[in-house]
Ligand binder design. Structure first.
Ligand code: NAD
Length: 335
């Protein structure tokens, strides 16, 4: 059985990464589009065979309630619109996939979780790396102590942000590099350990003379301490290029670089004085189709997504703690 997805927001990620992946799905199909731009509705509607009656704009959006073709709404809008469209979708009786970051504040995340719960609908956050085979293997190896018990995680994510985009406008993005790309370092530290941090320290190094960073942060270095004693040393950047992490144990380390890119993951494992490259066998489903089908499968089986609203909320809580630690220049305790 294939569940029907409505995509809300026809920007880069939706049209260039997500929509082409429905052809690789076993339980998901694209049935509806939502956009404020009639030309995009016409163009992508024709390309994906979405009939005119299943094309909506932001005003007619709530009428999805009357459309039985739509099971799941996938919110791929700027961050400050995630909460509104998730809540409207739940009230229209639809399950929701929402892009990361889940929203721009903890309070919004809580409202989204409450709305989906009240409507009896599932909520999942677009943490695609959890469906990427190398990341899944890294989690398994880290947790079973392949290089000895984990002691330190180093996670770095960044890119050089182009000027003049909503990501650099605090009102729309909720913050800077932490919200967009640093969240991958943070989320990886949590999924590699399977633990929730107990304290956070952070330093914000943003050149406020750079016009890109008038309202949002650029580089943030932050450290997380976990209950077992593991520490994570993390970087988030909007002016330098990084995509990788290392899990260091008592006997060696596991490297993934790139780690959370769309394709091309590479893993190597160093144990003692031996380094080996690990390739994940082809045939595994790709992370995008895996993510889409996971929520469909959860709806079909009546189970909960492995990355539900609580996961998005946990990251937003930590991002707020990172900001506070940087602002106040002291460790912030959590829990
Ligand atoms: P984008 O700017 O390319 O797309 C955003 C879309 O929202 C555009 O089509 C735009 O027209 C539409 N929109 C509707 N109302 C708008 C308004 N008032 N102002 C501005 N745009 C409006 O951005 P994107 O890169 O596709 O990112 C969209 C979301 O997807 C973000 O939350 C982002 O964090 C997330 N994302 C996730 C990944 C991932 O790998 N999981 C990758 C890229 C983006």
């Amino acid at each position: 059985r294939k569940l029907g997805y409505a995509i809300v927001g026809l920007g880069y990620y939706a049209t260039q990464q997500i929509m082409p992946q429905f052809r690789n799905c076993r339980h998901s199909r694209l049935v509806a589009l939502v956009s404020g731009t009639p030309e995009k509705l016409a163009r992508y509607g024709a390309e994906y065979g979405v009939p005119a009656r299943n094309r909506y704009d932001y005003k007619s959006f709530d009428r999805i309630r009357d459309n039985p073709d739509i099971d799941i709404v996938y919110v791929v809008l700027p961050n400050n619109m995630h909460a509104e469209y998730t809540i409207r979708a739940a009230r229209a009786g639809k399950h929701v996939m929402c892009e990361k970051p889940m929203a721009v504040s903890v309070a919004e995340c809580q409202a989204m979780i409450a709305a989906c719960r009240a409507a009896g609908r599932k909520l999942m956050i677009g943490y695609r790396s959890r469906f990427e085979p190398h990341n899944r293997l890294a989690i398994e190896l880290a947790r079973k102590g392949e290089v000895g018990p984990t002691r330190v995680i180093i996670a770095q994510h960044g890119f050089d942000a182009k000027p003049n985009q909503w990501r650099l406008d605090r009102r729309m993005a909720g913050g800077g590099s932490m919200m967009d790309i640093g969240i991958y370092s943070l989320n990886a530290a949590r999924y590699l350990t399977g633990e929730e941090p107990v304290s956070v320290t952070a330093v914000d190094s943003t050149d406020r003379r750079d016009p890109r960073f008038a309202s949002v942060e650029d580089r943030v270095s932050f450290q997380l301490t976990f209950p077992s004693g593991i520490i994570a040393d993390c970087l988030s950047s909007y002016s330098s290029n990084h995509n990788g992490y290392r899990v260091a144990g008592t006997e060696g380390h596991i490297d993934l670089e790139p780690a959370t890119s769309y394709t091309g993951q590479r893993m190597s494992i160093r144990r003692g004085d031996q380094t080996s490259v690990r390739t994940v066998p082809p045939g595994d489903v790709n992370q995008f189709a895996g993510q889409l089908d996971h929520l469909s499968q959860c709806v079909i089986d009546g189970t909960d997504p492995i990355v539900g609203g609580e996961e998005g909320l946990a990251d937003l809580r930590l991002i707020e703690a990172v900001y506070r630690a940087a602002r106040e220049g002291r460790a912030v305790r959590l829990g």
